[in-house]
Every structure is written in C-alpha cells, then in structure tokens.
Design a protein around this ligand. Structure first.
Ligand code: URA
Length: 245
C-alpha cells in the first residue's frame, strides 16, 4: 500500500508538496471508475493502478521501461547542442520521475542525430548497465542504406572484422547481409561511437541512412510511428534481461 501523494511523487508528477496540492484541489481521479480522491494520505495498492491527473491518464509502474521510435533530427543528449532532445518527445512525468539530480528515464545507449529507429529508455540503472555493457553482447540490428553498391567482399570484411582508427582491435559484425544492392543489414553486439558509419567507411562505402530495427528480443513495431513511445510489457523486459544475463 502507498499513500496517494507518494504514488504521484514516484511517478514524476512533481515535488511532494505539488502532488499533495493536486490531490487536495480534486485534480486526481483514481481507479477504473475515475473517482476523485482529495485525501493525499489515502492508502492505495499501487500495482496495476490507473489514475488521472488533470485529465491525463497514467498507469503506475514501479520502474519505467519503454521503447521510443527515434525520429531523425533529434539528439539523445539531455542537453543537446543543435537539434531537439529525444527527451522532449516524452511526457513530463517520465522526465521527472524519481526526482533529484538524475531524474527521469535515460536512454539505453545513444543513436546519432540522423539515425532513426528503436531506442530503449529506463530509470533502472542496473537494466541500462546490463543492456549497454559489451560483456552481455546484446545484439542490435541496423538497417543501413549505403551509397555504393554492395558486394560479397564488403560483407565478408565486415564479418571478419575491420580496424577503426582509435582502436587496434578489429571490430566485427555479429551478422551481416546485403538485403539489396544498397541495403545492408548489420548486427552488432557492442556500441562504439559512430560504429556502423565507421565500419561501413572502413570497407570503402558510405552510410546514407541508418535505422535500428531491433535490440535483443525487441523489434520495433510497425505501428509505433517516428516520435511515438510505449511502455515495454513485463514479458518484454523479462525476455530482454533473461537472454542477457
Ligand atoms: N552506429 C552509428 O554509426 N550511428 C548510430 O546512431 C548507431 C550505430
């Protein structure tokens, strides 16, 4: 059981004082019948709770795990230099939950400003670490549009390993296929800076478009349009973490 004011606070609806005020002003409705509750200390079981704050429906999640279809022209930084931040695509509570300096959900790794596709976000530090640590080899699938026609040699070199300028150890694709003359599908299990672009450049080609279609067991759903996000289901989170232990 949790007090209603603590539920709102934990979900990112502002400081405890603000949450208390929202409830006292009658702006919070609780449960399937959307009953107004004006007692901030009312004890409610939070799991599975749906509530409305100023008309906005929210689902209680002890921890946040979500997917975003990253559109082009957005930076993954909280403090972007040129383009808008991906965090502006998320509702306020997701950016504020937890309070404090490191509030809100964080991206699980980064995509370049011009890259589109699947991005996971969470406020669970252990999950982020597990998904980004090279030790866990989480496969990430990239759909790559390339400038010059692909040939077997380029594919073979990407699979065998190419040397990038800042690292003497070759990096190799876990899987690589030419889907068509200008479409390469590349699977990586690490995430170095500009890795796909640099690997493709190392085989004398050039990335003209980059889209991430999958991370581990999660594939970007076709109905999640650029800029849209949704919660991951408990099963999706479990599948991701079980396979990457
Ligand atoms: N590799 C890149 O070069 N860019 C990305 O955004 C992701 C992987």
């Amino acid at each position: 059981m949790m007090q209603l004011q603590d539920i709102l606070f934990s979900q990112g609806f502002g400081t405890r004082r603000i949450c208390c005020g929202l409830i006292q002003q009658g702006l919070v409705q609780v449960g399937p019948q959307a009953l107004v509750c004006t007692d901030p200390t009312e004890l409610i079981p939070p799991e599975g709770l749906s509530f409305r704050v100023q008309g906005e429906t929210w689902q209680y999640h002890a921890q946040a795990y979500l997917m975003l279809h990253k559109p082009a022209g957005h930076e993954c930084s909280q403090k972007p230099s040129t383009y808008p931040s991906i965090y502006t695509l998320l509702p306020g509570p997701l950016r504020n939950r937890g309070g404090g300096a490191a509030a809100g959900v964080q991206a699980v790794g980064r995509l370049d400003q011009d890259t589109t596709g699947l991005l996971l976000l969470s406020d669970d530090g252990k999950f982020i670490h597990r998904m980004t640590s090279p030790r866990h080899h989480v496969p990430k699938v990239y759909e790559v549009q390339v400038k010059h026609p692909l040939d077997d040699r380029q594919v073979a070199r990407l699979l065998a390993g190419v040397v990038l300028e800042d690292d003497p150890k070759p990096v190799r694709a876990a899987a690589c296929e030419a889907v068509s003359e200008h479409h390469l599908r590349l699977t990586l299990t690490e995430g170095k800076y500009h890795q796909v672009k640099r690997m493709v450049a190392a085989v004398s080609n050039r990335v003209e478009g980059l889209h991430r279609s999958a991370i581990g067991s999660i594939t970007l759903p076709p109905d999640l349009l650029p800029g849209q996000w949704r919660w991951l289901s408990a099963e999706e989170v479990l599948a991701l973490t079980q396979k990457t232990k």
